[in-house]
Design a protein around this ligand. Sequence first.
Ligand SMILES: [Zn+2]
Length: 347
Amino acid sequence: MSSVAVRDDLVIGVDIGGTKVAAGLVDPSGEILCHNRNPMVCNDGAENGLASVTKAIETASAQAVSAAGKHNLIRGVGICSPGPLDPKTGVVINPPNLPCWRNFPLAAEVAHIYRVRVKVDNDANAAGLAETLWGAGRGYHNVFYVTLGTGIGTAILIGGRIYHGRTGAAAEGGHMSIDYKGPRCGCGKPGCIEILAAGPAIARRARAKLESGRSSSLLDLAGGKIERVTSEMVGQAAAAGYSAASEVLQETVELLSFWFGNIVDLLEPDVMIVGGGVASMLKPFLGEIRDRLPGCCVNQRCKEIPLVSARYGEDAGIAGGAALCFDAARNNGSTPIVGAAEVPVTR
Ligand SMILES: [Zn+2]
């Protein structure tokens, strides 16, 4: 007979994007035990948007069967959603890529359905918290986290807590401008680091080099079509030693170095963590960015600050959602979460 006990310490982390919802079971050490991905219906009303989320939650809960063949207990649900949102109330305000929700009380709706603790925050804050609790930021007091992908999201963790600012809108570091005459960002401002150094900017600068007549094997990777060049291809071509692609990454490193210099001058964190889809491409350059910091900030001890890769990759949102839940429990003492539901979750 198996003596494996039913677990009662798991939470479900949910990662909502513009096209998909991912969810997974996460244990108190930040291990993601299983995960799933479902489409996000974001153009067909609030109810169908919510149904996409509950489907992901219910798929995850159905996976929560213990080795003993019994259902584990789920302690809560943590959700990261595109912002703007109010992390205190869990109300999603008006994300551009989630037209289904306007002032939608996501946390309250999900808590009402499953009668568990529900926490909601934006993806960068959540992922930064996961790194602080379980990843590259463990053991550090003040953490700066950046996710580099199609956009640039950031989180500031002070004493292990997310710094939200007055209304929850703080830590929009991707929209710090480093060039007021630069290209206009999607947010309306000129020269944000996001419009200069996120994935689409890397691809755009590479395309500009090809359009100016540079011949490059980068073009071969894109099947001869300039418009098909992606940031991933730039990374591959640079790794293979092609000069146009290497120049683009070098420029990205320079832009990010000045931006990180600003971060150091403003926050002087104990560690800076880089995650997101573009992070793996830039990993070989983190040492160079750190070496450049003395020329990009006034902090004389800036090179002592570790600049490191994140623990979590694609699953950062799931880990982040779960981290919100574990953190909420931690901050309310070590007592079990009231209302923990047996799974499969029922309505
Ligand atoms: Zn911007």
